[in-house]
Design a binder for this molecule. Structure first.
Ligand SMILES: [Zn+2]
Ligand SMILES: [Zn+2]
Length: 110
């Protein structure tokens, strides 16, 4: 019997998508569709030490020279910021498009 720790599918609390586990062995804690996450880790990815369990909103995407795309999450409950490595099937482009559209709306040209 194969036991994979911390691999569980879940339903996204933001958009309701059902999120399947990644098959390449790395675990994920955020929704690939809307990129929302949940505040379950306290000090680092996967420690599951947080008692907050607040919804974490994707703030921005950073590019890390070694780790690739990093999603910066902000907890909507305790305001903690966490960085997470993105997964290959994350909708990074869609997120950036939504962000730039939002930016264009709040900062209209003239
Ligand atoms: Zn979602
Ligand atoms: Zn929190």
């Amino acid at each position: 019997m194969v036991f994979l720790p911390r691999q569980e599918s879940f339903t996204c609390e933001h958009c309701g998508a059902s999120v399947e586990v990644l098959l390449n062995g790395s675990y994920r804690n955020h929704c690939p569709t809307c990129l929302y996450s949940k505040h379950v880790d306290e000090k680092g990815p996967g420690d599951r030490q947080s008692l907050c369990l607040g919804l974490m909103k994707p703030l921005r995407i950073d590019q890390h020279s070694k780790k690739g795309w990093m999603i910066v999450h902000l907890c909507t409950v305790c305001q903690k910021e966490m960085r997470n490595r993105s997964a290959p099937d994350d909708e990074i482009v869609g997120f950036m498009q939504r962000e730039s559209e939002r930016f264009a709306r709040v900062n209209p040209k003239d």
